[in-house]
Design a protein around this ligand. Structure first.
Ligand SMILES: Cc1cc2nc3c(=O)[nH]c(=O)nc-3n(C[C@H](O)[C@H](O)[C@H](O)COP(=O)(O)OP(=O)(O)OC[C@H]3O[C@@H](n4cnc5c(N)ncnc54)[C@H](O)[C@@H]3O)c2cc1C
Length: 408
């Protein structure tokens, strides 16, 4: 590499911005070009389905770095600019306008996009997806008007928007093909806790059904038909059926792609000069001993800096405990580890589950593989330490709030 190499980052969101911040923080003096399709300064998405959607969080609060930071740190931020291809042999990326930008090392942080539901009526007005700040603002306007809301998908985005819609006074029905909520991310036991929470706030669930058609009048949605033939009136339909990683650039460039851009523990792709982080990366996690693609805020926050250090030739490694959080109504939670079905054989509770003040632990052969603190705070690091330790625990002591988590 030249003495003053040029690093290009494709995807100006959380992972990309945090990578740029780390490069400068670690003393990288070469050129840093941060390129993003959106015309907004890099921002954080979690508030878009929570406080920002509800009009409680100010716009300024969603930006991880101040607007002036990029110029002050000589980061060439190119907003409203899409990278169309990567020329690996020539070490250049092409931009939609025809220009090309040279790189010595490249970071792909192109994130993920909502999976579209391709059904009749899917393009009617009032059918909404939620990924960008503009999506959130438009959805907020629609929900403020009240009315009937049908949500496809009982995952995190589906449930958080259900909570927001109820807070706006809308009637809410969630349609979900699986038998409960959050089945793939928490499993049935804790999924039931969230389903009860939403029912207690007036949300109706239709499990075992999908949306098969949307009906409309004058170009606007007026109803949703489920796979069982039920007709639900709807002023707004929110499609929240998961996201797909934006792997097109990487795949076209011949990089290894398998449920995301495949990267090693240093977040390096099959090309030693190209790295990937955030939602788009399927990264080898040394702690878990396997590759994981994580679609959560903390993964972008952690992965961007790890990739930046690797790009600089430092010995960086992706060994963190996956972490995510959610806020719905007056329930706040943090989860450490990945409690997906099949990864555990027992769930242990500490605290008052009925009062929604508890910690749940997912165990496999008495080893804690994941833990979630619900309306209980300042314990997630201890839960992460338990997961990291990999030792067996006594479930009775784990359930006993008198036993400090650090003594297990
Ligand atoms: C509404 C919402 C709520 C969420 N809430 C939570 C939460 O409560 N807790 C949690 O842990 N996580 C949450 N998440 C997930 C979290 O926001 C994501 O994991 C995080 O945004 C991933 O960041 P990223 O930088 O990897 O990718 P992204 O945020 O997807 O950003 C990628 C960027 O790359 C750009 N891009 C793509 N292709 C190109 C190209 N070819 N050229 C230039 N630019 C390109 C995109 O336009 C985008 O701006 C939420 C997500 C959403 C949408």
């Amino acid at each position: 590499m030249p003495a003053q190499p040029a690093f290009v980052i494709v995807g100006a969101s959380l992972a990309g911005a945090k990578a740029a911040e780390t490069l400068r923080g670690e003393g990288f003096e070469g050129a840093v070009v941060l390129i993003g399709t959106e015309d907004q300064y890099p921002y954080e998405r979690p508030p878009l389905s929570k406080g920002y959607l509800l009009g409680k969080d100010a716009r300024e609060s969603i930006f991880p770095l101040a607007d002036g930071w990029y110029a002050e740190h000589e980061v060439d931020l190119r907003l409203g600019t899409t990278v169309t291809s990567i020329d690996r042999a020539g070490h250049r990326v092409s931009l939609a306008g025809g220009e090309s930008v040279p790189y010595d090392r490249l970071l792909i942080t192109t994130g993920a996009s909502p999976r579209r539901l391709d059904i009749p009526g899917g393009d009617l007005d009032g059918v909404r997806y939620l990924r960008t700040v503009g999506d959130s603002e438009r959805l907020g306007v629609a929900l403020r008007g009240g009315g009937q809301v049908v949500i496809a998908g009982a995952g995190w985005i589906g449930l958080e928007t259900a909570a927001a819609a109820r807070e706006y006074g809308c009637e809410v029905t969630v349609v979900e093909p699986e038998s409960g909520v959050l089945q793939r991310s928490l499993g049935p036991e804790l999924g039931a806790v969230f389903a009860d929470l939403h029912r207690s706030h007036g949300v109706t669930f239709r499990f075992g059904e999908g949306l098969s058609q949307l009906t409309g009048s004058g170009g606007a949605v007026t109803g949703a038909v489920t796979s069982s033939g039920a007709e639900l009136p709807a002023d707004t339909v929110i499609i929240a059926v998961g996201v797909l990683p934006n792997v097109g650039l990487a795949a076209d460039a011949g990089l290894e792609v398998d449920n995301g851009v495949v990267v090693d523990e240093a977040l390096r792709t099959s090309d030693p000069d190209i790295f990937a982080a955030g939602d788009v990366a399927n990264a080898f996690n040394t702690l878990l001993g396997r590759r994981v693609r994580v679609e959560h805020w903390a993964n972008a926050l952690t992965g961007g800096p790890v990739a930046a250090r690797s790009m600089m030739g430092q010995n960086a490694s992706y060994d963190w405990v996956p972490y995510f959080f959610s806020d719905q109504y007056d329930l706040g939670m943090e989860t450490a580890g990945l409690p997906d079905p099949g990864s555990y054989d027992e769930v242990v509770y500490r605290g008052d589950k009925d009062a929604l003040e508890f910690i749940s632990f997912w165990l496999a052969d008495r080893v804690v593989v994941a833990g979630m603190n619900v309306n209980v705070w300042d314990v997630n690091e201890d839960i992460q330490a338990l997961i990291r330790s990999g030792g067996t625990v006594d479930p009775d002591r784990l359930a006993d709030p008198e036993v400090p988590l650090t003594d297990l």
